[in-house]
Design a protein around this ligand. Structure first.
Ligand code: NAP
Length: 366
């Protein structure tokens, strides 16, 4: 696919291959954006922001609502793209595509009700009978940077609200999974979004990220990803609005009076969807010694029931991790924990840990 900058679809001789994590085959290629492309996107977004700010909330609603309807109609197509580039099973990708359409529908609705506040000013000395009021105005240029694990849904979290509020957005999707974001931009353009107002810049974050985030024309950055990159962006951003959705560290504590079968089912469902690559999934299980054995038996059995394989095929319950080095890392963690658990007998035992790349204390051993 091509990237969308400067109001048009742009290709470049320098390409990045987007690989299917299941078999390593090339799903597609994308242009490798550079600093000149960042400049093109920023100049274009300045025009886009002016166009968007002139539109009424209802006009923005109409376009964004249309996108949500198109997404709902094309759920299967979107789900297949997600699975091919990210590796989650088709059932999970279908859920993601459905949820993404809902986020866009919600954003459309919000375009109609960007209310300000009325503030009684009598709290100040000598003021009587006076009211102040606030109005919401667009920021201007918003940069949305997204991670690999929900390549459509999390992009919608950025594009939908930015456009609903009358801004221009430049999306920088994860390099492993840019195709869903590019497809979304296609839909926004098809629905009538001004081409200057929705851009998708592909390329390595470590190469183009700083020039994008440090630029003073950008008024807001919305980022979802790892703690380390989030912190780096906060340092480079300077005085602009920044929203950070970062990694988490979610232990599940199993108390002695819990039902081991129920907890095992819940831990399996929440710990293994998307091959464990979910920021809010169960990332560690800490079980009281009185339930440890029963829980472990039940957990082992439910986990062993997860079939792995091609995520496009229905019997598969878990697809691959995004990259081979992530799978190797997790395999090493499993070996390391197995050895630690066998050699210990504390009152509580840690059963497992997340597979997601994140920057919690657990991942410091990466
Ligand atoms: P990541 O490595 O932090 O990358 C996220 C995005 O940042 C990618 O688009 C990446 O581009 C870009 N980036 C890299 N370096 C940059 C720089 N210097 N400046 C600007 N952007 C830069 O995260 P990931 O591995 O894709 O995703 C997994 C992480 O996301 C986990 O930590 C997970 O917990 C977190 N997450 C959080 C939530 C939440 O809602 N809190 C949801 C999902 C995931 P490239 O791909 O080109 O490197």
């Amino acid at each position: 696919m091509r990237m969308h900058i400067g109001g048009e679809w742009v290709d470049k001789p320098q390409k990045i291959e987007v690989l299917n994590p299941y078999d390593g085959s090339v799903v597609d290629t994308i242009p490798r954006g550079d600093h000149d492309d960042v400049e093109t996107a920023l100049k274009t977004a300045e025009r886009g922001a002016k166009i968007m700010a002139k539109m009424t909330g209802y006009e923005r609603y109409e376009i964004i609502h249309k996108v949500s309807e198109m997404m709902a109609e094309r759920t299967d197509e979107l789900a297949r793209i997600i699975t091919l580039e990210e590796g989650k099973i088709l059932a999970e990708a279908t859920m993601e595509a459905g949820r993404a359409a809902e986020i866009i529908a919600l954003s459309a609705e919000e375009a109609k009700r960007l209310y300000g506040e009325v503030i009684p000013l009598e709290g100040g000395p000598g003021v009587k009978g006076k009211l102040g009021f606030t109005v919401r105005v667009p920021c201007g240029i918003v940069v949305g940077i997204s991670p690999f694990n929900f390549p459509l849904h999390l992009v919608c979290h950025k594009v939908g609200p930015a456009l609903a509020a009358g801004n221009a957005i430049i999306v920088k999707p994860a390099t492993d999974t840019p195709l869903s974001a590019l497809k979304l931009v296609e839909l926004f353009l098809e629905a009538g979004t001004p081409p200057e107002a929705v851009q998708c810049l592909t390329g390595s974050g470590s190469v183009i990220g700083d020039s994008l985030c440090a630029d003073r024309r950008v008024r807001k950055i919305t980022f979802t990803g790892s703690r380390d990159i989030g912190e780096h962006i906060c340092h480079t951003a300077g005085l602009k609005r920044v929203t950070m959705e970062l990694g988490s560290n979610s232990p599940l504590i199993v108390m002695p009076d819990a039902d081991p079968e129920k907890v095992a089912a819940a831990a399996t469902a929440s710990g293994y969807s998307n091959a464990g690559q979910v920021c809010i999934s169960t990332q560690r299980v800490i079980a009281h010694e009185d339930i440890y054995g029963d829980f472990l038996d039940a957990f082992k059995s439910t986990v062993e029931g997860i079939s792995t394989g091609n995520p496009l095929e229905a019997p598969t319950k878990m697809g691959p991790m995004i990259r081979e080095d992530d799978a190797i890392r997790v395999s090493e963690w499993v070996d390391e924990r197995s050895a630690a658990v066998l050699n210990s007998s504390p009152a509580v035992k840690e059963v497992g840990r997340s597979t997601l790349r994140h920057s919690s204390p657990m991942s410091s051993q990466r």
